[in-house]
Write a protein that binds this ligand. Sequence first.
Ligand code: FO1
Length: 308
Amino acid sequence: MRVAAIAGGTGAAKLLRGLAATVPQRALTVIGNTGDDAEVWGLHVSPDLDTVAYALAGRLDTARGWGLAGETFRCLEAMAGLGAETWFNLGDRDLATHIWRTHALREGVPLSVVTAELARRQGVAARILPMSDEPVRTRLRTPNGWLSFQEYFVREKALVEVFEVEYAGAGAARPAPGVVEAIGDADLVVVCPSNPVTSVGPVLAVPGVVEALATTRAHVVAVSPIVGGAAVSGPAGALMRARGLPVSPAGVATAYAPWLRTLVIDRQDDGCRPELGRLGVTAVIADILMTDRERELALARVVLRCTE
Ligand code: FO1
């Protein structure tokens, strides 16, 4: 079975680990969000692509959900000593990834090629594709003006009000090589339990991606990032509200209309089935909180069974 997964960071990493333990990694293509990419100390950081690669390589700091396990932050301390901004915590070994990526990009190597090479060198057999080789940046309008995603999420701890979200550059971006083909050739497309507005939204904003989702023969399944009226983690609830979407599985289904066929929702949201039915989406009930490896595997199996 060929699986294509649309992924943000932390939430996606857990499901991807479950999927990669259930199907051969070679059968898995991950289409990662780059709307969160940032330039830090002159380096190109791709947080979601790195989170996915580190997770599939077994190197992710699973407690934090980002960065490398066993990381140290001595360079960060030294940068603080020099008076540099240090609200975005780059670890010492994680820095190697960003230096390597930035160097290759400056040599003119496309982000998709750099990402594939970084994955290969970490022993990841799954294909990891950025949604686009062109820059697309999520920006949020707040009472303090427009912020980049990392300024909003890390520096402001997602505590400021958001009036509007935009994906700067999306209109002119093209899907990275292999993105449209991976969706079209898959037996199953999985939309990971990631923030529909800032993790999946930027991928959908790249012209051609929604068309590929609407025309693929694959079964398209999403896992809800919302349980019991609140986000499993992060600011998805506030951002869905800012987009005029209800903070519920129905809100997730609305964000993914009209191409979503199945939404995996938590047991406690069983009552949402009829509303999802009216939106043309079949609900599958599962325990969707992935609090340990067994639950990651169990949820991955539920998702894979959706094609049956
Ligand atoms: N998240 C934080 O909450 N604080 C950080 O200092 C931070 C640093 C960081 C460095 C590298 C990286 O790849 C990810 C990092 N993240 C950090 C996570 C990141 O901000 C978000 O998880 C994603 O952008 C959202 O998916």
